[in-house]
Design a protein around this ligand. Structure first.
Ligand SMILES: Nc1nc2c(c(=O)[nH]1)N=C([C@H](O)[C@H](O)COP(=O)(O)OP(=O)(O)OP(=O)(O)O)CN2
Ligand SMILES: [Zn+2]
Length: 156
């Protein structure tokens, strides 16, 4: 990252160094892509992996967390809790299933999660970024893997 810095009447670009921590957690769920031309319009499952990078230019200077960006445990627990909240569910975009279908699935005891977006890896990456940021984590990057080879990244 670069900052435009003023020193007297001189302006210059200063390269900022960044400390980053990375952790990941996974969840297993089903989804489908409504309106997709191809096999992903059908209900299918993934083992989604959420890989989160948090970062800061400075480390904490005193107390229990001196020398740290944030405690590894705090990042790990937040990402695990997020993954668990999407685990073993059928994830669908709001408005893409008939009401009778939703009611029938709920009557069978299935766990449904309606999301206000098409559940692509890209949209999940942005959604997870926003949720973890709202939890107070200094998130820089969220990668969401649908398969071990394919991931989408949301980065700030
Ligand atoms: N840019 C994106 N493209 C696709 C996404 C996505 O989230 N972002 N998602 C899908 C589907 O969810 C699909 O499950 C993944 O597709 P695909 O890679 O084709 O699936 P496989 O890895 O199982 O492919 P095989 O060729 O069957 O091994 C589609 N595209
Ligand atoms: Zn899929």
């Amino acid at each position: 990252m670069q900052s435009y810095v003023q020193c007297g009447c001189i302006f210059y670009w200063e390269e900022n160094r960044m400390f980053e921590l990375k952790t990941s957690a996974s969840f297993d769920s089903a989804h489908f892509l409504s309106g997709y031309q191809g096999k992903c319009s059908n209900l299918h499952g993934h083992r989604w992996k959420i890989e989160v990078t948090v970062g800061q230019e400075t480390l904490q200077e005193e107390g229990n967390y001196r020398g740290m960006v944030i405690d590894f445990g705090d990042v790990k627990h937040a990402v695990k809790a997020l993954a668990d909240s999407y685990d073993h569910a059928m994830i669908y975009e709001e408005g893409t299933l008939q009401r009778a279908t939703v009611e029938a699935l709920l009557a069978e005891g299935f766990r449904l999660i309606a999301v206000p977006f098409r559940p692509t890896a890209e949209q999940f990456a942005k959604c997870f970024y926003e949720k973890l940021t709202a939890d107070g984590l200094p998130v820089r990057r969220v990668a969401v893997y649908e398969t071990p080879e394919n991931c989408a990244v949301y980065e700030v």
